[in-house]
Design a protein around this ligand. Structure first.
Ligand code: ZN
Ligand code: ZN
Ligand code: FE
Length: 757
């Protein structure tokens, strides 16, 4: 007796070797039938003895190719026919195909084995790939995902490659970037004028130059890296000076997982991330006494580490000449990553000593992703290469929205059906190059995802470039979304929540509904609307933007508010600030000149960091807060600085007088910075838990969502999650989507979805 079943598989199942996989799986069980691509995924029919068909069905999801991502499988019984073999039915142009494109992933073990096999025809070929690995997203200019719509269209396959491509039993069946030494892309070493350097082996020459301390711009998957030898302090300092990047840490690429283990503390979760096909940069606590130069990550206890992910990276490390290479996005600070060869020569001339380029074009830039592990959870700090364009899966079908994100760490989001596509990291829009990338990404993603939005969502800040862009688009409804409401909606969407929640949104800056700078907010929110139920008390930011770069100004602002000018003048902790500067600040605040009011949590961290003696000036965003968190020692001190809760009408204001009182007392008793930092964090957790409980009494809500850039602080996030959990709240935080402004566009999109309904 035979049975025949029709199986629909949806998710990322095209361009990832799914059809040959099914062909093999059916063949091994002597099942007849067929497979073809459809708009939602693939459609399969199998026919054979019931036992064999059941076995096929149970193995199908379990053994799927590594790049496949199955979201649903439906099976129904259909009448048998006379079929005797299994066939792959190829898609013809014009037929609907899935718009889910695989992200770029690391070269697989099979390809690496071939690349280092002297007898293989692709021995040392830097562009080796197969259906299980290699570039995807960054090569695609249109859909369907087919070679003619990728930057591989310029390369005509040789007969041997073509035979692999056409053979369903070959692991390069329909591998669109398939290539070899004869027919595919090649590398060249270029000098600063963009002229090829005559050398037999450009990669070997690159290794030599890196070893002698040069900075080399190396073309990768989603853009160029600037590389130098990580133990070489002179080379690293040179790179810092040229890039004008004073202290912000550089990421390092290490040859293998053992090296990562030698340099950093690794747990299972971190290990899994490092070797995953996505190969993100993972932030890890560094060990003492590594050979990596201090200049790589000054004042930082963490190191951003990643493993080689392109064949070219593996070739650079192959001879074992490097313990670690600095690999940082090739750009001036905060500009977008550089992708084209001529663009590299133009933009990187003052940064690099030479260029290792190739002629496979990158069609869309995509930075490395950055992840931090907290508890057993991976939390995205920058979601880019390896993850984009895998959608965030939503709990229901939604209309198509374009959400344009915030200003810093911008991403955009496009929704379609049950999918929310967050773009790769775009960057800080105040910079002209990033702004063009922003426009380019909107256009490109709409095309390859086939999305025509019916509305645009934007941040309420009138001066954000993304806001101005959105308001300049005519013909579509425009929906403004408050910054912290968007943060909470982002957390809700990621966790498939609906209805109303208590939302704790903590960050540096977001435009408030009252025109002030918000950032320490507790909301009662659903997708449609929110109520600001509690917030940190307002303080002035003397000097506006300058107060962000100089945390000591926030210390002064808080102390003047609580204890007056005379007290601040006599305070030992601020004695190294010139008296004149203090007087200017006092006057600014007194007369309200350039001193906008803020409830920002980031600025509160700045004030505490400055008083604790961590730093008075920052060289990159949130540096003082990051260093304050890192200062927390291993003590088991459970004490907490007190915050005051003051009722104001229906709402609560979170006051900080008790906190600063206790902090100054600790300073005068020479309490260690580690304990001061811990007590501050503990105090903030207690205050927020207290607010949550009062809001539960008032509203009956038991679900709490945590979002905003401050929750990238692992100590705060974990401790608050635990604390609220102990109080019987259901706590939700972000992990797949960044809690910072990189995740903002997702929340904007979901708010807009509900507002246009
Ligand atoms: Zn491979
Ligand atoms: Zn070939
Ligand atoms: Fe924010």
């Amino acid at each position: 007796m035979l049975v025949r079943k029709a199986i629909e598989v949806s998710g990322i199942v095209q361009g990832v070797g799914f059809r040959p996989y099914i062909y093999r799986l059916a063949g091994e069980r002597q099942l007849a039938g067929s497979i073809c691509n459809t708009a939602a995924g693939v459609s399969i029919e199998v026919q054979g003895p019931p036992g064999a068909v059941d076995d096929f069905l149970s193995r199908l999801p379990a053994e799927a190719p590594p790049l496949a991502r199955i979201t649903a499988i439906t099976v129904r019984e259909i009448p048998c026919n006379g079929a005797i073999d299994f066939r792959i039915v190829t898609t013809h142009h014009g037929q609907p195909v899935s718009t889910l494109i695989s992200p770029d992933v690391a070269v697989c073990a099979d390809c690496l084995r071939e690349m280092f096999d002297l007898a293989d025809r692709r021995y040392r070929y830097p562009f080796i790939n197969c259906t299980n690995c290699g570039p995807r997203f960054t090569l695609v200019c249109n859909i369907p995902y087919d070679r003619s719509f990728t930057s591989m269209a310029a390369f005509r396959m040789c007969p041997t490659c073509q035979a692999e491509y056409d053979d369903p039993r070959n692991r390069r069946f329909h591998a669109q970037p398939n290539a070899c030494w004869t027919c595919g892309p090649q590398v060249e070493l270029w000098d600063l004028e963009g002229k090829p350097v005559e050398v037999a082996d450009p990669i070997a020459e690159t290794v030599t130059r890196l070893q002698r301390g040069d900075v080399v711009a190396i073309k990768g998957l989603g853009g160029f890296h600037l590389a130098c030898d990580a133990p070489n302090a002179v080379a690293v300092s040179t790179l810092r000076e040229r890039k004008r990047r004073v202290e912000k840490p550089f990421a390092v690429m290490v040859p293998d997982i053992d090296a990562a283990q030698r340099f950093c503390e690794l747990d299972e979760a971190a290990r899994g991330l490092l070797v995953s096909p996505q190969r993100p940069i993972v932030l890890l606590r560094r060990r003492e006494g590594t050979p990596i130069a201090d200049e790589v990550a000054p004042f930082n206890r963490y190191l951003g580490v990643f493993l080689p992910y392109t064949p070219l990276h593996h070739l650079l490390f192959a001879e074992g000449r490097f313990t670690a290479l600095v690999m940082t996005s090739a750009n001036m600070s905060e500009e977008p990553i550089c992708i084209a060869n001529d663009e590299a020569v133009r933009r990187l001339q003052t940064l690099a000593d030479c260029f290792l380029v190739h002629n496979r074009d990158i069609l869309l830039r995509c930075d490395d992703s950055v992840i931090r592990v907290s508890g057993a959870r991976a939390r995205q700090l920058r979601r880019s290469r390896g993850f984009v364009p895998v959608p965030v899966f939503l709990s229901e079908d939604v209309p198509s929205i374009l959400a344009v994100g915030g200003e810093l760490k911008n991403t955009i989001c496009l929704t379609k059906g049950r999918h929310a596509f967050l773009s790769q990291h775009i960057g800080d829009l105040e910079n002209a190059e990033s702004y063009s990338f922003f426009e380019e990404a909107i256009e490109h993603l709409q095309r390859i995802l086939e999305i025509r939005p019916v509305a645009i969502a934007y941040d309420l800040h009138p001066n954000y470039f993304s806001t101005r862009w959105a308001l300049a688009q005519s013909g579509l409804p425009q929906i403004g979304v408050q910054h912290h409401h968007a943060h909470i909606a982002s957390c809700m969407a990621e966790n498939h929540l609906d209805g109303r929640v208590i939302g704790i949104a903590l960050d540096g800056t977001g435009y408030g509904a009252d025109g002030r700078i918000w950032g320490g907010e507790v909301l009662l929110a659903d997708y449609n609307s929110f109520e600001r139920a509690a917030h940190l008390a307002y303080v002035p930011m003397p000097g506006g933007e300058a107060a962000i770069r100089e945390p000591w100004r926030m210390a002064v602002a808080y102390l003047v508010r609580h204890f007056g000018c005379e007290f601040v003048r006599r305070l030992p902790a601020l004695s190294n600030i010139p008296r004149q500067k203090l007087d200017v600040l006092f006057r600014m605040m007194e007369q309200g000149i350039n001193s906008p009011l803020t409830s920002s949590c980031g600025r509160l961290f700045d004030a505490v960091a400055a008083l604790a003696g961590i730093r008075h000036h920052v060289n990159y965003e949130a540096q003082a807060a990051v260093e304050l968190e890192m200062a927390i020692g291993n003590s088991s001190d459970e004490s907490a600085y007190p915050f005051e809760l003051v009722a104001k009408a229906e709402d609560w204001i979170i006051g900080t007088r008790g906190l600063f009182d206790a902090l100054l007392r600790d300073l005068s008793r020479d309490v260690q910075i580690g304990d001061i930092s811990r007590r501050f964090h503990n105090g903030l957790v207690e205050a927020l838990a207290d607010v949550a409980k009062r809001l539960r009494e008032r509203s009956g809500l038991e679900r709490v969502c945590l979002s905003g850039g401050t929750f990238q602080n692992v100590y705060l996030c974990e401790r608050l999650c635990d604390r609220l959990g102990n109080d019987n709240f259901q706590v939700f935080s972000q992990s797949e989507v960044p809690a910072g402004d990189g995740g903002l566009s997702l929340g904007q999109a979901l708010v807009a979805v509900h507002k246009i309904r």
